[in-house]
Structures are given as C-alpha cells and as structure tokens.
Design a binder for this molecule. Structure first.
Ligand SMILES: O=C(O)COP(=O)(O)O
Ligand SMILES: [Mg+2]
Length: 224
C-alpha cells in the first residue's frame, strides 16, 4: 500500500460530526499520502484536509469533485439529479431542504427529514440516479459517480493505482471506494452493508477505529 483514503463524517468524526482527535493523531503518524474523501462540498473537504493536516488532496461531493493540485468537477449528470429532485419535490409531499446548494455542482444533498425508502420508490422512474443515505444527509446522485470513481481519478493524478490505497469508511457512500481500494476498512460503527464488503472491521468506533486500522496496517508493514 502506498497511500490511504479516509471518509469524514462518522469515520474521522464522532456521530455529532465533531472531529475525533484520535483519528487526527493516527493519520498524522503516517508518512504516506492521505486523501480525504467525503460527500461534503469541496470547500469543506479542503478545510478538513488543512485542519487535519493531510496535505490538500481531496475527493468531494461523493466523487463528483476531485482536487490534486488542480480541481475537476464532473457536472455531466447534474441535470439528471436536478430533474429527479424536481420530480420528488412535486410528487412526494416531502418538505425537502437542499444542503449547500450554492457550493454543490455535481449532485444534490438533502436534509435527512423525509422517508428515504418512499423517495427511492418514487425515483425508480429515474434509473440514472440513486438516493444515498449516509446517516448524515441524503444525496441524489448519478450512479456513474461515486467515491470509487473519484479514488480512481485521484490515484491517476497521483501516479498511483486505486489498488495502492487503504480505504477507511463508515457508510453506504463508501462502498465503491473500499471495493476499488487494495485494502478496505469499515470502522466499528459502520453500516452493516459496508462491513459486509470490508477486508477489515475494527472493534473501535470512529477515530478509535481509524487508529486501530492504522496500527494494524503498520504492523503488517502495509503502510509506513
Ligand atoms: O456528506 C455526507 O452525507 C456524509 O459525509 P461523508 O461522506 O464524509 O461521511
Ligand atoms: Mg461517512
């Protein structure tokens, strides 16, 4: 393994989204590149990377935006997401609230205040998009874009392969990232779907899980 990619909400944060300093200490102990990968917008991902001290390479908007020296936005499917949102807004009776709409360019993010299962049913006529509930927000996103596609692009920009990465996450929106990585870790509080596809499930939750995984990986000489 030559690098590590790590999710934010629920992985390096506690359940209330406050930063878990156990994760910060563990990530800073690595001498390989660390990439932040999140469903949050680019400016949030940049700030998190700066404060955690991971050097600024980020995957934002669930893979819709990547930054490694230069920024790339994949806006090709945004209209499809907007059409799905408008359909849901007109036919669901939900009081939908967009999160960060002014800073989000490749997908739509909604407050978790509605019946996601019912929304998924209503959007079955929109086959190109999916609804992803991360436990912190609900994303209407293209099936063509995810943290896995984002990791493949970031790896290319870094002169690496996605298989060179250890990936650590907690939720549905981390599945593809763990699948394309060389070693996928689900923290102890992760959704069972992610635990089911992970190479390692930590006992520790949140930052304790990140620290446990990094300790294990170092012991196995998988990362320096
Ligand atoms: O944006 C979200 O819904 C959750 O963010 P995350 O991908 O950093 O966990
Ligand atoms: Mg998460």
């Amino acid at each position: 393994m030559k690098a590590l990619v790590v999710d934010v909400d629920g992985t390096i944060t506690l359940g209330d989204r406050s930063l878990d300093c156990r994760a910060v200490r563990a990530l800073r102990s690595l001498s390989v590149p660390v990439v932040i990968a999140t469903g949050n917008v680019l400016c949030s991902a940049r700030t998190i990377s700066k404060l955690v001290g991971t050097g600024g390479i980020v995957i934002a908007e669930n893979g819709g935006v990547v930054e490694c020296n230069k920024v790339e936005h994949n806006t090709a499917y945004m209209k499809e997401c907007e059409d799905a949102f408008n359909f849901l807004n007109e036919h669901s009776g939900f009081d939908l609230e967009k999160l960060d709409p002014e800073n989000r360019r490749t997908e739509i993010c909604l407050r978790r205040n509605f019946d996601v299962e019912k929304a998924m049913q209503l959007l079955r006529e929109h086959p190109g998009v999916e609804i992803v509930d991360t436990g912190f927000a609900v994303h209407i996103k293209s099936k063509m874009i995810n943290k896995g596609t984002g990791l493949k692009r970031i790896a290319e920009l870094m002169g690496l392969d996605a298989q060179d990465f250890v990936a650590i996450g907690d939720s549905h929106n981390d599945v593809e990232m763990l699948e394309v990585s060389g070693f996928g870790v689900a923290v102890g509080n992760a959704h069972h779907e992610l635990k089911g596809i992970a190479d390692m499930v930590t006992k520790g939750e949140h930052g304790a899980g990140v620290a446990e995984a990094i300790k294990y990986i170092k012991e196995k000489m998988m990362l320096r």
